[in-house]
Design a protein around this ligand. Structure first.
Ligand code: HEC
Ligand code: HEC
Length: 323
């Protein structure tokens, strides 16, 4: 009798120990899962912003303008070498090439720390201390929430490294007088991402990140005229076509004031499917990276629309395809 009580006591204690071990095991496993899940979420957010909102790869890849909106040339994504010069638009004072932002250590950003990347993306300062030409939209990225920026950095480190050495830029004027002398905040730590429940504010955050103003605000003597922000009128010339940016202020006669939300969404949504861009539109092509923005969620496109309804209407009749 005593023996069997002792035996069952031992059995019972063993059971408790096993139970605790199992619990412990489970909790470390679920902790690991949570970590992995949040890492996946960060990278997925980074991929979304990099490809579809901040459209980093629109500039940091080679583009095929024999197709609508110039989708990326496969195999060049992140490898840089995109050429921007004064033949495309005269506000670019020389020839500037996008850099290789893949993890290749010799020709890309493989040896850069997160801090160095953050400084380049938000302050326009390279690892070696040089100032980047503000065609790289660091003046916009300077207003992004830090966790969004870190998710982009996390994502670009995962893309396939490409060995591609980029030629140096050739500027006709010193960088210090180039457009626009950006007013940068020294620290981005206080930046907040507006809640999605406030579509106007969140839409403004997205429009800033997406650089819409860079093409849609008219340049006067090489400087953007923000008193007429979003009213269009800049002409771009690419081999094969010439196109002028549209007036996207809510002016109903000359802007997009008469466009309803669905009409605005459709401008982007057509390029979600290959047949929307995989054809040669010849002279009716565009420099607007619609093919990249098309990946934005309907909710984000609606937020951008909501924001653009609130900007000052400007009367400016634009002919998108000048003769
Ligand atoms: C409108 C085009 C454009 C967009 C969009 C753009 N970049 Fe750039 N980026 C450039 C150009 C051009 C340069 C080089 C400028 C120069 O040489 O002065 C550059 C430089 C850089 C550099 C510096 C690399 C080096 O070796 O100096 C980094 C890092 C970078 N971009 C990351 C990004 C990221 C990340 C995004 C998206 C969040 C992005 N860029 C979006 C055009 C762009
Ligand atoms: C690289 C330059 C560039 C950028 C960046 C750009 N656009 Fe455009 N956009 C154009 C040009 C050029 C046109 C005229 C040709 C066309 O319709 O695509 C245009 C046309 C449009 C139109 C059509 C208006 C009409 O009257 O037909 C809308 C809407 C629009 N852009 C919204 C946006 C929004 C929103 C963003 C930012 C998310 C943006 N654009 C970013 C160059 C740009």
């Amino acid at each position: 009798m005593k023996k069997s009580i002792a035996a069952s006591a031992i059995f019972f204690i063993a059971l408790i120990i096993m139970f605790f071990l199992a619990c412990n095991n489970n909790s470390t496993e679920s902790q690991a899962n949570t970590k992995e899940d949040s890492l996946k979420k960060v990278i997925a957010r980074g991929e979304y912003l990099t490809l579809h909102v901040a459209v980093c790869m629109h500039c940091h890849s080679m583009r095929d303008f024999s197709k609508f909106s110039g989708p990326d040339v496969p195999g060049t994504v992140g490898g840089g070498g995109g050429k921007f010069d004064n033949n495309i638009i005269d506000v670019i004072p020389g020839t500037i090439y996008s850099k290789n932002i893949t993890a290749d250590s010799a020709t890309g950003i493989g040896t850069w720390t997160d801090e160095e990347l953050l400084r380049a993306i938000t302050q326009g300062i390279r690892k070696n201390g040089d100032t980047l030409f503000p065609l790289m939209p660091y003046a916009h990225f300077n207003h992004m929430a830090k966790d969004d920026l870190m998710s982009i950095i996390g994502y670009i480190r995962t893309i396939k490294p490409i060995k591609n050495a980029i030629p140096p830029r050739q500027l006709m004027i010193p960088i210090s007088v180039a457009y626009p002398a950006p007013a940068l905040q020294k620290s981005i730590d206080g930046n907040v991402r507006p809640p999605e429940s406030d579509p106007v504010k969140y839409g403004g955050y997205l429009v800033n990140m997406a650089g819409c103003t860079d093409c849609h605000t008219p340049y006067v003597k090489g400087q953007p005229d923000f008193s007429r922000e979003f009213s269009g009128g800049n002409t771009f010339t690419i081999a094969g076509f010439k196109v002028t940016s549209a007036n996207i202020t809510p002016d109903s006669a000359t802007g997009i004031g008469a466009w309803d939300q669905q009409g605005f969404l459709n401008k982007f949504i057509v390029c979600r499917e290959e047949k929307g861009y995989n054809y040669n539109p010849e002279k009716m092509n565009t420099v607007m990276p619609v093919v990249d923005y098309a990946g934005m969620t309907d909710g984000d496109l609606k937020a951008m629309y909501a924001y653009l309804r609130t900007v000052r209407p400007v009367k400016n009749l634009v002919v998108k395809y000048p003769k």
